[in-house]
Design a protein around this ligand. Sequence first.
Ligand code: PLP
Length: 837
Amino acid sequence: SVEASIPEPQREAWRKHQVDGFQDKDGFEREVVRHVETTLARSMFNCDESAAYAATSLAFRDRLILEWNRTQQRQTFADSKRLYYLSLEFLMGRALDNAMLNIGRKDMAKAGLAELGFRIEDVIQQEHDAALGNGGLGRLAACFLDSLASLNYPAWGYGLRYRYGIFKQEIIDGYQVEVPDYWLDFNPWEFPRHDVTVDIQFYGGVRKSVNSNGKTISHWEGGEVVKAVAYDVPIPGYMTPSTNNLRLWSSKAASGEFDFQKFNSGDYESSVADQQRAETISAVLYPNDNLERGKELRLKQQYFWVAASLYDIVRRFKKSKRPWREFPDQVAIQLNDTHPTLAIVELQRILIDLEGLEWDEAWNIVTNTFGYTNHTVLPEALEKWSVPLIQHLLPRHLQIIYDINLFFLQSVERKFPDNRELLGRVSIIEESQPKMVRMAFLAIVGSHKVNGVAELHSDLIKTTIFKDFVTIFGPDKFTNVTNGITPRRWLHQANPRLSELITKTTGTNDFLTDLDELNKIELHVDDPEFRKEWAAIKHANKVRLAELIKTSTGVTVDPSALFDVQVKRIHEYKRQQLNIFGVIHRYLTLKAMSPEERRKQQKRVSIFGGKAAPGYWMAKQIIHLVNSVGNVVNNDADIGDLLKVVFLEDYNVSKAEIIVPASDISEHISTAGTEASGTSNMKFVLNGGLIIGTCDGANIEITREIGENNIFLFGNLAEEVDDLRHAHTYGSHTIDPDLNKVFQEIEKGTFGSTQDFAALISAVRDHGDYYLVSDDFHAYIETQSLIDDAYRNQEEWLTKCITSVSRMGFFSSDRCITEYADTIWNIEALPVVDREY
Ligand code: PLP
């Protein structure tokens, strides 16, 4: 059926010359050499590791692109409903290793590269991370793309092609320094589509006219135009030919290279400046995690990306010549957080202003198309945009937002008459000075489903920030889809030896496509040989991390010590300060012991990593404190190997792939009710590490799945937090005595400049301890001590680890995507039946 689109006379020639990528080791080597010599114009006598990486990637890319073309054709011919995942962040990490594993040709490449004189590990290392995201939200989008392709769903991702991803973090004298991450020097994984462009309008004004039917039509006119250019990134599924598309938009000046009028009148510099101004839109990823700052350029980014994506989606739909009312049968759009909420307004605008639909008909299409995923209840992260700013940048959209709000409030009033307070509370427009548009409310009103990302979180949004909307729309509009992670990257790729051991032990690698199959390893939990191999793999992973620690920080750590890891964005709600205060407490306790007593203590390495938003001063002080404590502790002869404290700079996906498999304990210790889900918690347990955590986010479901004996939970519960905060503010607030000793030690200057750390202390002591560090401190210390005891019994510890891994099936992003597909998107997989893979 695909071939039928080629006219009969030419069909034979096309068929005869069909390309089909390499099939064996020799074919792979031939492709590598060809790319070295021709594409890269390097002689094979002058091929270093970076050229070998480039050529290997191009060989795999050629294969991917063929499958990708076929997948797109298959999906177009099947004419099935597609999902479009709109995310301002895709934290992809490296692509080569993933492509080799998903295609199932890593062994072939390894042997081929060896014959050409390269170690595959060194070649893989050459790749620059694609770091187009901040943290969990962006990495979730990347895991979803892997699952969507692996499960053969017809789906596209849409995002921005930032020239600069998340900044590179350097630690200089203990402080974070940000360095721009220019990652596009050589990127074999993207295809520029200079033929796929969209003109995007900003500013200007709205003119009304009346057509021949007496209907008022709005025309958005004037202002400036910027061009969106598509860059496509192929997303290979695991062991399936399905290869989906991630389309990233890049901004360019609409008038071509120069404004020729200015150029001809001699104003060369200003014509280039216009060009640069247009390119600024997609230049840089905003480096804030869980924080919105209301910057105009950010709003421009959002509209630019949303408008280009919708134009593309609508263009594809219109090719099918179906009536508009069938749009939601063909198209599902998921909003990853509120960042793409303007898509709701843009689709309504397209339908009523450009396509001439009536308001109600259009709105029905819009609300049946969109789904909205909420990622946070933190007030500082909830997006709001000022009405004057939207008025200025998107005048027609502001009118539509006001109309959406008007019709919504009228419907609320009909249902709940005389309830002015309710109307004020749920209005999309906040009556502040200036007035603000509440994007989450707009997203709820414009979607047919709203989901949270873990059970507790989904319950919390229904009882707190979106309570009124549950009353208005009923509870069925709100649902939960607990986050998941792809076992391909986070087990098979990051921990190849463990993946191999599980395959060998269970006799199949089915767990990589059906993670529930992991439960088969529980049968082997008492098998001595299996246990020995498991322990040896963990040790080898710790040796590998110890090497990274040595090269990155210069600190030597003992791989037999307990590795205690907290890597994630630095944020007060994630409470790295609780961790480092606990480390100081441990240090003081060790110092107070006699040498004999000390010798009996459990050795630990406390490993920190993560970026602070450049403008987040408190988070930066936390990084500085960790490094300052490390400086003292790591050089204290009394302590030796008993305690080491390191901060690994520039935490990113490829570092996570080394760190995660090497942890014994990882910390997920957010103030209860603040972490929506967390996803690294799942990754650590899947790799045979245990967790110390609060009853927050997905920790709760992890506990349910693996059993409460296999996790170290502590701390106040979400329902206690409000009362405690209230008591801090209005009652007396006594600081935990052990924590007070920690504060006194910091204030004595033991860790250097006391001034720098004063704010971290006063947040707890003088400013209400909003994150309950003192309230949870005692339980935290006690639980850490339980962990020391538990770790001494290595046999029991190992049993806990193996048992936990065997019960982690639920946390596959395949489960998660299947839930979205069945309950929100209503899309069906399109398996490939006619070809072996
Ligand atoms: N940053 C990176 C580089 C990650 O790989 C991940 C998850 O694995 C995260 C952030 C999110 O971590 P968490 O769920 O602990 O916030």
